[in-house]
Design a protein around this ligand. Structure first.
Ligand SMILES: NC(=O)c1ccc[n+]([C@@H]2O[C@H](COP(=O)([O-])OP(=O)(O)OC[C@H]3O[C@@H](n4cnc5c(N)ncnc54)[C@H](O)[C@@H]3O)[C@@H](O)[C@H]2O)c1
Length: 281
């Protein structure tokens, strides 16, 4: 049985994934935060990914890494920098030093969030991040490409839509990713022989999808769920005109209170919102 490290194991995606993958792999779970509970065959190692020593400790002796740990929404640059830039670098570099060949990287629809909704995109489009968060995901994708080409690592990038049991708004009908489809795609990423560097969309077989996910299909992905079955239950909501135009939704216009910092001599712009985009992911 393969031994697989999951970073960000206390988070939302990992909680779905652990349930779905139970019994298929030996799971080493790691997070800054404590874990809610451990199942049979799971082990837990606390780690701060922004510390290389921690990253080296947790990647030792595993067959693959599913890298989910990080800051998972738009936020202050300092947070993004530490968790998603330094943390991501440390995970790739520690895996290389520990001779772990295979890494699955949780990228996001927000790495391409400034593509218009009326455009169907595949895995070959150039990045169009919609936020500092999105930029950090593009960084992770680029790092994966570098480590594949330069060091022969096997890198599987998943541009995840929104993982949940059911979508709760119109936008999410296009990016829905059910837990069992997530588990199928992750299993392909761990087990498929011959992967060098691949980008796939982490979404179900949604009727309203914005993605041409033929690269995932080529690798054997056959999603079983379609968000359309939930469409009738969605209550229509008015969207900001910018959000309504682009795939990234509210990430294309919302800001946090801290960032971007005002330029010297200028007042902070009042277009920033106190609302966190967490709920809009
Ligand atoms: N939830 C989704 O549908 C979705 C969509 C697109 C992309 N993603 C990506 O998938 C991954 C998992 O998302 P999630 O929704 O489970 O996020 P989450 O915020 O629920 O979990 C992320 C976990 O990472 C941990 N973490 C943060 N900084 C860390 C550090 N420095 N060291 C160690 N652990 C750290 C947090 O403690 C947290 O438990 C993230 O990388 C996210 O960007 C998620």
């Amino acid at each position: 049985m393969k031994s697989v490290l999951i970073t960000g194991a206390s988070g939302e995606v990992a909680t779905h994934l652990r349930r779905e993958l139970a019994g298929n792999y030996k799971l080493r779970l790691s997070d800054l935060r404590p874990l809610a509970g451990k199942a049979k065959g799971e082990t837990y190692m606390k780690a701060d990914l922004s510390r290389m020593a921690d990253a080296l400790r947790i990647t030792k002796g595993v067959d693959a890494v599913v890298h989910l740990g990080g800051y998972s929404v738009e936020g202050a640059w300092e947070n993004i920098l530490q968790a998603n830039i330094e943390g991501c670098y440390n995970v790739f570099e520690a895996a290389r030093r520990n001779k772990v060949k295979r890494i699955l990287f949780a990228s996001s629809n927000h790495s391409v969030g400034f593509y218009p909704r009326k455009q169907r995109i595949d895995h070959r489009v150039y990045p169009k991040p919609d936020s500092r968060y999105g930029v950090s995901k593009v960084f992770g994708e680029a790092l994966g490409s570098l480590y594949a080409d330069k060091y022969g690592m096997e890198v599987f990038v998943m541009r995840i839509g929104k993982v949940s049991d059911k979508p709760i708004d119109k936008r999410r009908l296009s990016i829905h990713f059910s837990p069992r489809d997530l588990a199928q795609l992750v299993s392909i990423g761990i087990d498929k022989p011959g992967i060098r560097f691949e980008i796939v969309y982490g979404v179900s077989n949604n009727t309203r999808s914005w993605y041409d996910n033929s690269n995932a299909r080529r690798l054997g992905y056959r999603p079983r769920d379609d968000s359309e079955q939930h469409a009738a239950a969605i209550v229509p909501k008015k969207e900001h005109p910018t959000a309504a135009k682009y795939q990234g939704g509210s990430f294309t216009h919302l800001e946090t209170m801290q960032n971007p910092a005002p330029l010297p001599g200028k007042k902070a712009r009042r277009t920033v919102s106190r609302r966190s985009p967490r709920s809009a992911r």
